[in-house]
Design a protein around this ligand. Structure first.
Ligand SMILES: C[S@@+](CC[C@H](N)C(=O)[O-])C[C@H]1O[C@@H](n2cnc3c(N)ncnc32)[C@H](O)[C@@H]1O
Length: 232
């Protein structure tokens, strides 16, 4: 697929590009039928969700600052055993309903599994059993997601977005590296200081230059941690 960074909405005319039988292709067809999601966001959501699925486990998935909620929908497919998936945004756009409707045409059980909730992510209650995910929560909002998850001892993954440099902590590293990178590196160190195991990954750069994926899990939830095999 060419130009995965395209901000043009996928429409039914694009169905001809997604005729295969893979899970991604089936999701892409549902997204085309919704006619409201930019191509870039299809690829971002897929690349984030499948990487998070390899690392994190929980009984509930919470997509904070969900926008159209595609990450939540894909996570629900990739985590069929969770109790529920909640897509949270302070303003749930109409596109979220359209995406949910066309996804449920292919996976009818998603309609009961994914709940959309209009709420401020600063107040949405989280628990230690949650997998918290947030794609492109703008600027300081990413830090709020990390703080809220760490307070609850929840597993967390963020794909940081645009940064207003003057308002974000660069850990005094900007003299040595790009400021956005310094800010993300400082986020990693802050999460580790709170007792998290952290994985730093990237999604393909041809989809978005804001492609750093930070995944964290409380060290006490690592396999074997309860038996004293890891950090306490
Ligand atoms: C750039 S969009 C990202 C949407 C989606 N996660 C994605 O990857 O396409 C940022 C979203 O954050 C939401 N938002 C901003 N402040 C928020 C807050 N305090 N609580 C909940 N959602 C918030 C906005 O409404 C918007 O939908």
């Amino acid at each position: 697929m060419r130009d995965r960074a395209s901000r043009k909405r996928l429409l039914v005319g694009a169905l001809r590009h997604y005729t295969g039988d893979t899970l991604f292709q089936r999701i892409a067809r549902a997204v085309c039928r919704a006619e409201c999601v930019p191509r870039k966001e299809l690829h971002e959501s897929w690349e984030v969700a499948r990487r998070v699925r390899r690392r994190l486990r929980g009984t509930r998935v919470v997509d904070l600052a969900c926008g159209h909620g595609l990450v939540a929908q894909i996570m629900a497919i990739l985590y069929p055993d969770v109790r529920e998936v909640v897509a949270v945004d302070r303003r749930i756009p109409a596109s979220a309903e359209r995406v949910a409707a066309t996804m449920a045409e292919t996976w009818p059980w998603l309609a009961d599994r994914v709940r959309r909730e209009r709420a401020d992510l600063g107040r949405f209650p989280l628990t230690a059993d949650d997998v918290v995910v947030s794609a492109h929560a703008c600027g300081r909002l990413t830090d709020l997601v990390l703080e809220r998850a760490a307070e609850a001892r929840a597993a967390v993954a963020v794909l940081p977005c645009c940064s207003v440099h003057s308002k974000l902590d660069d850990g005094a590293l900007s003299g040595w590296m790009d400021t956005d990178l310094a800010i993300d590196a400082t986020r990693v160190l802050a999460l580790r200081a709170r007792g998290y195991d952290v994985w730093t990954q990237t999604i393909p750069g041809d989809i978005t230059p804001k492609n750093r994926l930070l995944i964290g899990r409380p060290a006490e939830r690592a396999p074997g941690a309860q038996e004293g095999g890891r950090r306490v």
